[in-house]
Ligand binder design. Structure first.
Ligand code: UGA
Length: 429
């Protein structure tokens, strides 16, 4: 099929390259001319495992093209996915300026039937607004459909998630739109749920909010475990073995970050507010997440006594492993707080350092974990990168000023770390 994707960010780029891989001709459009030029030259602006190969392969096969011209996309492709950013504005609402702009541009260039699909995470009723915007701006009355097809990709495993999803959700208003989307997703083996547009839009916000709820729930349990001397990892295992609960997203840690869960939770709270519903549950989920960050600072000062003048080595800066994304990473809040406390910080991350450098100009970034460990009073693990599993703790102990490991992602077995002669602090254990 002839498909275009508007927006070459994480979602747009992954969707475009995966749809090309499935055999479609795809135009990926972005208004950032520099980005488009780079992509045409096969330079990928983000780190996402497998993405570079997929983009290169499909450019070579002439199935994937990049452009800065929405008109070209509307002229040449029957299906147009909108995957532009919907950032959080000051009061927590999703900023839909980008969506409106794209819908207007699509409308102005509309000459024949087109299916316009919302891929970005948007508040319920955005589909209605997109339809109205197109009707107002189209040069004359043209048949078109709007659909919602939310993405459930996780950064770090986005290609796998696209090709092997748990489900595909399609929100449509016409048989024609439904059949087009079913045809696009035919090669993928997954249950397909067809709904109305509003339900599909809600499914996305409800899913991310539920995932955030699971994380805050287990972090609350971790706090109880710490007070009583139980192990949250075991408790999570025991809870998760119940199929009705499930074992995923029950990892206690430093709290959730990233560009999705925090933003979507805020947006959903706002949506509910506008609908006259006080979504107190989600407000508490958010509060627990904020407190989890404060707990880290509290535990650091309990273990090191005076923080001022101490050296803390941080391993892991990205909001999760296998990405270079540091948006809303918990590490950033921790660094700001520790700087305020007068702590000297050294840090290392396999992918996130260039982006962190743009925020903390004076932060000492190291070449490897051992350089971070050297002369540190505490080694604080903020992201559970696989690379850290292979650390030589014998060597690390010799390098550190005092042997203290704070594993804020529970990635190590406490007993093993303790056997190496360290004091071990985890979360809820
Ligand atoms: C999330 C959802 O998982 C995706 O399904 C969704 O498509 C995406 O948002 C989106 O809306 O675009 P993502 O933000 O990439 O994906 O990352 P997650 O894997 O959800 O992790 C989010 C945060 O939660 C990370 O900071 C992670 O460390 C933390 N987390 C996750 C925990 O603290 N405990 C867990 O058990 C799981």
């Amino acid at each position: 099929m002839e498909i275009s994707i508007i927006g070459a960010g994480y979602v747009g780029l992954v969707t475009a390259s995966c749809l090309a891989e499935l055999g479609n001709n795809v135009i990926c459009v972005d208004n950032d001319l520099k980005k488009v030029k780079k992509l045409k030259n096969q330079i990928i602006p983000i780190y996402e495992p497998g993405l570079e190969e997929l983009v290169k392969k499909n450019i070579k096969r002439k199935r994937l093209h990049f452009s800065s011209d929405i008109k070209e996309a509307v002229d040449k492709t029957e299906v147009i996915f909108i995957a532009v950013g919907t950032p959080r504005n000051e009061d927590g609402d999703a900023d839909l300026t980008g969506i409106e702009k794209v819908a207007t541009q699509i409308a102005k260039n509309l000459r024949t039937y087109r299916l316009i699909v919302e891929k970005s995470t948007v508040p319920v009723e955005t589909g209605e607004w997109v339809k109205r915007t197109i009707n107002i701006n189209a040069p004359y009355q043209i048949d078109f459909d709007v659909a919602s097809n939310p993405e459930f990709l996780r950064e770090g495993s986005a290609i796998h998630d696209f090709m092997h999803p748990d489900r595909i959700v399609i929100g449509v208003e016409s048989e024609r739109a439904k059949n087009i989307l079913l045809k696009i997703y035919k090669p993928i083996k997954a249950p397909i749920l067809v709904t109305d547009i509003k339900s599909a839009e809600l499914i996305k916000h409800a899913s991310n909010s539920f995932l955030a709820t699971k994380i805050s729930f287990i972090n609350a349990i971790a706090n109880i475990c710490e007070r009583i001397g139980a192990d949250v990892v075991k408790v999570a295992e025991g809870i998760g073995l119940d199929k009705r609960i499930g074992k995923d997203f029950l990892k206690a840690g430093a709290g959730y970050g990233g560009s999705c869960l925090p933003k979507d939770l805020d947006a959903f709270i706002k949506i509910a507010e506008k609908l006259n519903y006080n979504f107190e549950l989600l407000k508490i989920v958010k509060k627990i997440n904020e407190e989890q960050k404060k707990n880290i600072i509290k535990k650091l000062s309990e273990s090191l006594w005076i923080l001022k003048g101490k050296t803390i080595g941080i391993l892991g800066l990205t909001f999760k492993p296998n990405t270079d994304d540091i948006r809303n990473a918990v590490s950033l809040d921790i660094i700001s707080e520790l700087i305020k406390e007068g702590v000297y910080i050294k840090a290392y991350d396999p992918q996130g350092m260039p982006k962190v450098r743009n925020i903390f100009k004076d932060l000492k970034l190291s070449l490897n974990p051992y350089e971070v460990a050297k002369d540190s009073d505490c080694l604080l693990i903020m992201t559970e990168w696989n690379e850290f599993k292979k650390l030589d703790f014998h060597r690390i102990k010799k390098l550190m000023k005092q042997p203290l490991i704070f594993d804020a992602r529970n990635m190590f077995e406490p007993e093993i770390i303790k056997k190496h002669g360290f004091r071990y602090i985890g979360i809820g254990r």
